[in-house]
Design a protein around this ligand. Sequence first.
Ligand SMILES: Cc1ncc(COP(=O)(O)O)c(C=O)c1O
Length: 489
Amino acid sequence: MVLACPGANILLPRPCFPSYDAHALSNNLEVRYFDLISEKGWEVDIEGVEALADENTVAMVVINPGNPCGSVYTHQHLKKIAETARKLGILVVADEVYHHLSFGTNPFVPMGVFGSIVPVITLGSISKRWLVPGWRLGWLVTSDPNGILQKSKIVECIMGRLNLTSGPPTFIQGAVPQILEKTGEDFFSKVIDILREAAHICYDRIMEIPCITCPNKPEGSMFVMVKLNPSLLEDIIDDMDFCQKLAKEDSVIVLPDAAYCLPCFVFHNPNGVVGQNAFIVGGFRSWKKVGGKDCYFQRHIGKDPNSAHRVAEQMYKDLMNQSQNLQRVVDHFTTEQIANNRLQLKATIFIVRYLAFQAIAFRGNDESFSSLNGGNFLESLGIVTFWNEKVDEIIEKSPTNATYTTPRIQKEILHVFLAKVKKTIREEIGDAKFCIMVDEARDESMKEQMAMVFRYVDAEGFVKERFFGLIHVVDIAALTLKKGIYSLT
Ligand SMILES: Cc1ncc(COP(=O)(O)O)c(C=O)c1O
């Protein structure tokens, strides 16, 4: 937020702790990725950094010990990073939330020791070393003996922003002094021992698995970075398939390397985001196209305030807005209102069932309020309300958009019956043999129609003939009728 002036960009490692991308993108800060080189212990590709930076680059992020690669950088490499940043005129954001959690050959060196070469803002967190994940309590330390950050007012700006955020709750803050003062050395050494052993076991076991390679044994943090070769796996199509089967067979959840856009997925507009369907179907995987001026994420979002993504995003926000949530509005009713509502709906269901069973038409010629004969449905409802004062009173008071009497509601209820009857017929037939009788005829309006009846022997041994449905067909060719039969079953 502090660094996001218009047109600015920030350099992030690839692979990276994903929060950085998300925060930068949501603050319109352009992201450019420099590679971490697996063959060199996940060191920063210094040449890549130099090639990426320009006059609008404000900072680079260095995560050490590394998430997600488990790397710990040497003094020499960190110095090189500092010198490169100085050459490029950018500051270093040193994410050291895994400080103290190193257990390999390289001792941990804080980036701040190079503060005289380049200004460094270091991030620390209580969540890792003290094992209190989710407490969201951390600190920023500046290493800036030359006063560059002070002069550029970055520190002032950070202080201003800190006052805006909703920090951790008071009781968590209250616990911090005790935690910092009273946690014994044995706790820390135990944590390190566990991490070292876990890294050791992970690495050794991984080495035994032919389809997974691990370029570097973890030396710090809590992660191990591996590469999967799905072509060596039987019965696995791709990484998505791998993740799904791993979850199903071994209850291990890993995320496939694919990005989706939730708002666009939920409010998919087929005409909206041309060529960007990857974010909705199949998943986006072209990670090389993320970041930089032509970032695919930014392209998906679109510059137009009314772009398909932004429209979907707004609709999604409305959906998540709890005060407008349908459930909340429904929950808002009293039990008496709910009971009344049910009674009113029951009256409609009762009439629909009666008319359907007697094969009587529902609608009348004139269903207006002043009509003397509103058709069978409305007239039947009139009888119910005439003899049942309670129903009459409820219908009288109900809002006009909730009377449950419109033809659409009648049809929907009829369809519920239809689905239930069809289900019962299907269950009655089960796996037994049955025959289909199709009667093809024209209706009054000269449209071809076909009625379908099933004949079968039910569980008690009786022969039954059950009408299953009626559909209009454009012609009576065998193929059309076959399609019609499929559409009904
Ligand atoms: C590299 C890195 N930076 C920052 C954080 C955020 O730490 P916190 O738990 O204090 O929010 C994490 C958390 O996993 C992390 O892995």
